[in-house]
Design a protein around this ligand. Structure first.
Ligand SMILES: *Cc1c(COP(=O)(O)O)cnc(C)c1O
Length: 376
């Protein structure tokens, strides 16, 4: 039997990553054993680093990709602990759970920061961001998550990046749940650093994360305070430049899967992939409405990748039971991340299409009937 003839059960993941992958990406991990210190493996990572620049439209002569072993949060940790110079501050434009995670990282490292909190149901107010920058000339880094995966709100990063630059700060954005799905252009979007993980937009496996950022700033950060041994941006960059390798053991098989996933990404193309995610999202919104559920976020500010759905006001509703009913039939739904409202999330990540969503709503509708949950 050949590898490609292996049958793998297909699950439709409607959680916000890891996402449903193609079989070719799954199977790309089955490779002969290799020591990652071999030149052959360094060559693979070199190509991978430069392909990742293309996903973010980052010019090779100004930007570089630094790879890390770890889930997406490792990127937040690294950017925050590595990019704040001595005596300077970071401003976190915070309208959700992932920006709050960045604030928590600042606290853990005792990094001077401003937690500019605003409603999780809205985009941040740019006037307030500007005023904060005017009042705090010691802000060296402005940080904001692109797509707040907890709610589905898409933040105006290009505008926030422009404000950062106007006041002499750099702009760091968490694009973990947007890069590779929504077109991101580091130049047009005023991004100095962005980041993502292989298991989300690229539709590969967990374990590989990457930061795309300005080479000159990484070099300058050599002289910034070092706050972590394992998670330091300059040290990892320098090691890549000297040896072509990660400082410590890379997630070998995930690297192979990511290379295959990128090949498939470029074959499909940015625009066509964006359009597919969009139609999956529209199908989710349609299905939710038809069943009589209510949603939380105004679609005009939604990313088009996550729909936050309110728990219905019905005594028979039990998220876990409905989840299990769907899960047993190959569909994974996911709890919400909003502390003030009970919600669950349906996401348009992964290699899924409208037919999968239609099939899902048949199953969800059956689950509602089964547990006698009438919504209208
Ligand atoms: C998924 C995600 C992360 C990383 O989460 P991990 O569980 O560490 O992979 C970071 N930021 C955003 C916006 C995300 O959606």
């Amino acid at each position: 039997m050949e590898l490609k003839d292996i049958k793998i059960k297909r699950n439709v993941l409607l959680n916000p990553g890891p996402a449903t992958t193609t079989d070719s990406v799954k199977l790309a991990q089955v490779v002969p054993d290799i020591c990652p210190r071999e030149k052959e493996f360094a060559g693979l990572m070199k190509g991978l680093r430069s392909d990742l620049l293309k996903v973010a439209h980052a010019p090779q002569d100004q930007y570089t990709t630094v790879l890390f072993c770890g889930s997406g949060t490792v990127n937040l940790d690294i950017c925050i602990n590595s990019l704040v110079p001595d005596g300077k501050k970071i401003l976190v434009v915070n309208n959700g759970a992932y920006n709050t995670r960045a604030v928590e990282i600042c606290r853990m490292y005792h990094i001077p920061h401003i937690d500019l909190k605003s409603s999780i149901f809205e985009q941040p107010d740019l006037n307030v961001v500007e005023r904060t920058l005017q009042e705090n000339p010691d802000v060296a880094v402005v940080y904001c998550c692109h797509h707040e995966t907890g709610t589905g709100v898409l933040n105006p990063i290009s505008e926030i990046g422009a404000l950062a630059h106007k006041y002499g700060a750099i702009f760091v954005t968490d694009t973990t749940s947007s890069l590779g799905m929504i077109p991101v252009d580091v130049i047009k979007d005023n991004i100095d650093f962005c980041m993502a993980s292989a298991q989300k937009g690229l539709m590969a496996m967990a374990g590989l994360s990457f930061i795309i950022g300005r080479t000159d700033i990484i070099k300058a950060s050599k002289n910034y305070p070092t706050r972590s041994y394992y998670c330091n941006l300059y040290l990892q960059y320098e090691y890549f430049e000297k040896t072509g390798e990660m400082h410590f053991t890379p997630p070998v098989q995930t690297v192979y899967a990511t290379i295959q996933a990128l090949k498939e990404y470029f074959e499909v193309g940015e625009e066509a992939k964006f359009a597919r995610h969009r139609r999956v999202y529209e199908a989710i919104r349609k299905g939710v409405k038809e069943l009589g559920f209510e949603t939380v976020i105004d679609p005009r500010i939604e990313s088009g990748l996550v729909v936050s759905v309110k728990y219905p006001d019905n005594p028979n509703w039990d998220f876990d039971k409905v989840h299990d009913y769907c899960y047993e039939r190959g569909f994974t739904i996911y709890p919400g991340k909003i502390s003030t409202a009970n919600t669950f999330r349906l996401c348009a990540l992964g290699t899924i299409d409208v037919k999968d969503i239609e099939d899902f709503f048949v199953v969800l509708s059956n689950a509602l009937d089964f547990y006698n949950i009438r919504l209208k």
